[in-house]
Design a protein around this ligand. Structure first.
Ligand code: ATP
Length: 344
């Protein structure tokens, strides 16, 4: 069992607090993605779990073992980092075998594991090559294969696909997902790429300013952001937010229209750009920029003077200066507390 529990983990660098009391449980065999903007603390949290950084306070547990006092090699963790330290003077075979040799594993077992993981990563034809002769994408696969060959209970990956071109990244993403879904490994994967996060994760932990703002399944974080930050960070283009003024109990005036909403002293209205459709009775959007994207048209506009975007069917091509009436899908409207920025 490799359930990972992070309990009240905080990290200060001098006077700067990089992590604030993080609590998170990752289930056995779960694929958890840590997602957030640069500097939000993702790598620091991963390094604390790995044992490469010491927490200022808090505990890290793997299964029934408390590991935060143990050296990295005793934690049963394999790691793949952004700069994937592959040794150029060793062959691909010996790079993948590296950790197994350190454990003094018998040669037959080394060969079995190296062959198997090389096949999984589609690099079996490269085993005799020196790693210095490989492309970046091939080296990346070697780094992942080396981690998988350890058959670890826990694998930690920090932006492992960041150095690949777009197409290879897409391929590797699908391969990683396939390989890890069929393994017994619990995975924590750091990225700032929301598409990668959505595609890979069982659950996504969205981080901001050294805190986990929401930890939930990809569809849940997309559809039901727990906080305004999540709605504004996830989705491209991001969620729209409009100010709302009270119009009776549970009624709110937004862009000159009245919507049913929460009973609260104040509220902010939110809707995703693709959850709008043209309708005579919709919100009046003053069109600024129109971008045909193939299947859809992206419209950048203002509603009651506030920035607003809509993704509409490509058969509609409004012109800048037009007023487009856009009706929000009722079940997709979300509301936030303007003060705490949390979902209402
Ligand atoms: P990125 O996506 O850019 O790697 P991140 O979310 O992984 O960002 P961290 O690397 O965890 O962010 O850094 C979190 C914050 O802690 C940043 O503001 C960073 O500048 C700071 N920080 C990290 N390591 C140190 C250090 N050794 N000394 C001082 N500050 C640090």
């Amino acid at each position: 069992m490799a359930e990972i529990r992070i309990k009240g983990v905080a990290k200060d660098f001098g006077t700067f607090t990089a992590l604030h009391d993080v609590d998170l449980t990752i289930a056995d065999r779960e694929f958890m993605v840590l997602l957030g903007a640069s500097g939000c603390g993702k790598t620091t949290l991963l390094r604390i779990i790995a044992g490469l950084e010491t927490a200022t306070k808090g505990e890290v547990w793997i299964g029934d073992r408390r590991v935060d006092q143990l050296p990295p090699r005793e934690r049963g963790i394999a790691m793949v980092f952004q700069n994937y330290a592959v040794f150029p003077h060793l062959t691909v075979f010996e790079n993948i075998a590296f950790g197994l040799r350190m454990k003094r594993m018998p040669q037959a077992e080394v060969t079995r594991r190296v062959t198997r993981t090389a096949e999984l990563m589609h690099i079996e034809q490269l085993l005799k090559r020196y790693s210095g002769q490989l492309s970046g994408g091939q080296r990346q696969r070697v780094a992942v294969a080396r981690a998988l060959a350890m058959e670890p209970e826990v694998i930690l990956m920090d932006e492992p696909l960041s150095n690949l071109d777009a197409l290879l990244r897409l391929e590797m993403r699908a391969e990683l997902k396939g390989v890890l879904a069929g393994s017994n490994t619990t995975t924590i994967y750091v990225t700032h790429d929301q598409v990668e996060a959505m595609s890979l994760a069982d659950r996504i932990s969205v981080m901001n300013g050294g805190k986990i703002v929401q930890a939930a399944g990809p569809v849940e974080v997309y559809r039901n952001p727990a906080a305004r930050f999540v709605g504004s960070f996830i989705g491209n283009p991001p969620m729209n937010f409009l100010s709302a003024s009270p119009a009776g109990a549970g009624q709110w005036q937004v862009g000159g229209q009245v919507f049913a909403g929460p009973e609260a002293p104040a509220a902010e209205f939110a809707i995703r750009p693709e959850d709008l459709h043209p309708s005579d009775t919709g919100l009046p959007a003053e069109v600024r920029v129109v971008e045909p994207l193939g299947p859809h048209t992206l419209v950048t506009a203002t509603v009651a003077g506030q920035p607003f975007r809509a993704v509409i069917d490509s058969t509609l091509v409004p012109r800048p200066g037009d007023v487009l009436h856009l009706a929000p899908m009722a079940d997709r409207i979300r509301w936030f507390n303007p003060e705490t920025q949390k979902a209402l």
